[in-house]
Write a new protein. Structure first.
Lengths: 317, 104
């Protein structure tokens, strides 16, 4: 059944096609036809062509509309994304600007903008410089070495590395300065004691006098300073300040550290107050002076036993 | 249009607060803005505005921010804008699938 139908359709199509071919041929070969018949055929032909064109247009429009529909769906989602991205970027930028504005406003309320040199009231030379490659003073950021400084007290120019230790001593502050001061005090007091000792005992022995004079001479330089120190005049003491002395004192610790184990420690060149007293009194003892307080009774006896007569006396019983 | 903008803002803020990845993106954005010198330019502009108006005349910092915002938007370099767009596109594409946004 179906097959028959199909065959019939096919047959009808073939007939339709053959008619079209005939029409075409007739159209081409118009010469042998009659004029009336050609006019009718032309009209029909034209109508058919118009219908075909309309069909084609409709089909074309349908395709276009379908495509447009697909694109329309895509643009809504992409438009949303675009608008969202745009809004997000503006949001982020506005937030950042907001934070910076708030921070600056806070500085303004706290009065820090004046210090930063933002306002025109601050002098140009004191304004903070805010430029790339340069620090806040306007100096280049490259490191500088070999700075020289001038001490405000003694007006000496010094290397930067030496400035801090020098200032420590120059101003009389710090550990070493206190040691120096205590040493000078001791020197001063010992010289005073020696002077007092001379006055109370009378002439005394020559060695004692010499020792005292020696002490006095040695302390002469510091006597003035000690007196001035006692008076409270620090500036005059500092006028006599010698850097070498205090450098030695300061570097003594380093020398001690460098000594090897097992060997005797290097005796310091500078002697403490007790050492000087001992030495001075020891020198007095050698010259036949009266025994000192520091000498022990045993030592006295030993010294006395060095005389032959006494020894002989002892041995005989 | 302003309503739509407000709507987007609310959604964006919610997304940023909920999504840790977007927080990272915002941190990156801040770092890039600082790196390219935009923050310094904005600070200088802020200082200039203060100098121009005078401290006494500025009662509220919101006025300052309001004047600063258009300048800030204009001063973002185009390369950075493209970078921002690329960063946000990936992060937002997934987030926006579930939201209702109608650009009108």
């Amino acid at each position: 059944m179906n097959r028959d139908r199909h065959d019939r359709d096919r047959h009808s199509d073939r007939e339709h096609r053959s008619e079209r071919h005939r029409d075409r041929d007739r159209h081409i070969n118009n010469e042998h036809r009659s004029p009336q018949r050609t006019v009718v055929h032309d009209r029909e032909h034209r109508e058919r062509e118009r219908e075909r064109e309309r069909d084609r247009d409709r089909h074309h429009n349908n395709i276009i509309n379908n495509n447009n529909n697909i694109r329309a769906g895509a643009t809504t989602s992409s438009a949303i994304l675009k608008s969202a991205i745009h809004e997000m970027t503006t949001l982020l930028i506005e937030e950042e600007a907001f934070f910076i504005g708030k921070e600056t406003g806070r500085l303004m309320r706290w009065g820090e903008l004046e210090g930063l040199g933002v306002l025109e009231d601050v002098q140009l030379e004191h304004q903070v410089v805010d430029a790339p490659g340069v620090d806040i003073f306007g100096e280049p950021l490259a490191k500088k070495f070999n700075f020289e400084c001038e001490c405000p007290r003694c007006r000496r120019t010094l290397a930067a590395q030496r400035f801090a230790p020098h200032l420590e001593k120059c101003m009389g502050m710090g550990r070493n300065s206190s040691r120096i001061a205590s040493r000078r005090l001791a020197q001063g007091s010992s010289s005073q004691n020696s002077q007092n000792g001379n006055g109370s005992t009378g002439s005394g022995s020559q060695g004692h006098e010499k020792a005292s004079s020696h002490q006095g001479n040695s302390a002469a330089g510091s006597a003035v300073s000690s007196q001035s120190h006692q008076n409270g005049d620090v500036a005059s003491e500092e006028e006599h300040f010698e850097e070498d002395e205090d450098d030695e004192d300061w570097t003594m610790e380093r020398k001690r550290k460098h000594t090897k184990k097992g060997t005797e420690k290097i005796s310091p060149k500078r002697k403490g107050p007790l050492q000087r007293i001992k030495n001075s009194e020891g020198s007095r003892g050698r010259r036949g002076a009266s025994p000192s307080v520091t000498d022990s009774p045993l030592s006295i006896n030993e010294s006395s036993l060095h005389d032959d007569d006494d020894f002989a006396a002892l041995s005989l019983g | 249009m302003e309503d739509y903008r407000e709507q987007v803002k609310d959604i964006m803020e919610k997304i940023i607060s909920d999504n840790p990845q977007l927080n990272k993106v915002t941190d990156k954005v801040e770092a890039r803005l600082e790196q390219c010198g935009w923050s310094d330019e904005i600070r200088m502009e802020c200082n200039r505005l203060i100098r121009q108006r005078g401290i006494e005349n500025i009662s509220d910092t919101t006025e300052l921010v309001r004047d600063l915002t258009p300048f800030a938007r204009s001063k973002v370099p185009t390369e950075l804008k493209k970078e921002l767009v690329a960063m946000l596109k990936d992060a937002l594409q997934k987030e926006l699938e579930g939201t209702k946004l109608n650009p009108k």
